[in-house]
Design a protein around this ligand. Structure first.
Ligand code: CA
Length: 220
């Protein structure tokens, strides 16, 4: 999953970016409203985390502009503790949810995952696929009734493919889900994660569609 973080406070921004990366999200970080508009115009994001008090262009204006252009990317707004009018304005301008500063990183992660699930049309965090059960909110996986140990990135690859069985994701699409800007994409990283997932789940679990990408078949 690829997220855009819009936050001008360096400490808060760094904390959020670190936490979300540890959770397996690819995070691009911009620090003002104009940079945010440029980023969403040039890249496709699964979700935007948007601070409201921003230099160069206010967060509410950025949000309203997005919606005016018909961009329906889920937006989670960050607001100050007593800014109730801001929260209401944010929701009225098309925000999907908000968290109040200071917030717990776990709560932010949980709310982001809830929005992404709703977006994918499943309110239930648990994906079941044959003998595999994956919980997108706790990041736990079970296979044949046993705990399956997965790294955050292995989990991200598996989750991306399980979201739409039968759909082919290219290596570039999977890399986008794994890496944010400025993070060096290790060459063959996707192949490495797919290889280790196959070792854990069986050689046929993830199919290689030659020259196109990877997919998990519609039915186990
Ligand atoms: Ca701010």
């Amino acid at each position: 999953m690829r997220l855009l973080l819009v936050e001008d406070d360096p400490m808060i921004g760094e904390g959020i970016r670190k936490g979300l990366r540890q959770d397996g999200f690819a995070v691009d970080w911009v620090r003002d409203g104009q940079a945010a508009e440029l980023a969403v115009a040039n890249d496709v994001y699964d979700l935007v985390v948007l601070d409201l008090g921003l230099p160069r262009k206010d967060g509410l204006e950025v949000l309203a502009g997005l919606r005016r252009k018909g961009n329906s990317v889920p937006v989670l707004v960050l607001t100050a503790r007593d800014a109730v009018p801001d929260r209401i304005k944010g929701l009225n301008s098309g925000a999907d949810d908000y968290v109040v500063k200071p917030f717990d990183l776990d709560e932010l992660g949980a709310r982001i995952r809830a929005l992404l699930r709703r977006r994918a049309g499943r309110a239930d965090p648990v994906i079941e696929y044959g003998e595999l059960t994956v919980n997108a909110s706790t990041h736990q996986a079970m296979f044949h009734g046993q705990d399956l140990a997965l790294s955050a990135r292995e989990f991200a690859v598996l989750e991306a493919l399980l979201e739409r069985p039968g759909a082919i994701l290219s290596r570039a699409q999977l890399e986008e889900r794994l890496y944010g800007w400025g993070e060096e994409v290790e060459s063959n990283a996707v192949e490495v994660y797919v290889h280790s997932l196959r070792r854990k789940l069986g050689a046929d679990f993830i199919r290689n569609v030659r020259g196109v990408g990877y997919m998990i078949p519609k039915r186990p």
